[in-house]
Design a protein around this ligand. Structure first.
Ligand code: ZN
Length: 149
């Protein structure tokens, strides 16, 4: 069973692609219609300027889906810097994923990237999203489980 109206989601994508100046990108939306651990994701090819935004249409963890689309588009904006830092970390610490130095630096970087993308998303959502509410996502579920069950 689908959760979202795909026309509405496409409307958000077009709106924010324009606001975020991603006009020269070809971006398509794909709805994930089976159980998935994420609410959204994006696959990016910077050389071709194409991207696919994936949205969980089965069991989304976030309630503000326009904000999820903004978040994924911000990842496209940050992609060049994201990839540059990732290459830098590999240049510094090598490619061995089990190296604690690489793991530490990589985890710190990924957390900072997510926090930055989410902070920007909140600001944009407050300025221009239909639903300006903040998604409490997984911590709301934890709070519900703490006392409502
Ligand atoms: Zn993200």
């Amino acid at each position: 069973m689908s959760v979202f109206n795909s026309g509405e989601l496409r409307g958000y994508l077009v709106k924010w692609q324009d606001i975020l100046r991603l006009r020269d990108w070809d971006i398509k939306l794909e709805l994930v219609t089976k159980e998935w651990r994420k609410t959204g994701d994006v696959k990016i090819d910077r050389a071709d300027k194409v991207a696919i935004v994936l949205i969980n249409d089965c069991n989304p963890k976030q309630t503000n889906i326009e904000a999820v689309i903004i978040h994924e588009l911000i990842h496209i904006k940050l992609w060049g810097m994201d990839q540059m830092i990732e290459s830098l970390l590999h240049a510094l610490y090598g490619a061995d994923e089990s190296d604690p130095k690489l793991e530490f630096a990589y985890t710190q970087f990924m957390e900072l990237l997510e926090v930055t993308a989410q902070d920007l998303t909140k600001g944009y959502a407050e300025l221009g999203a239909e639903d300006k509410s903040v998604s409490y996502g997984r911590i709301q579920k934890e709070a519900d489980e703490e006392w409502k069950k």
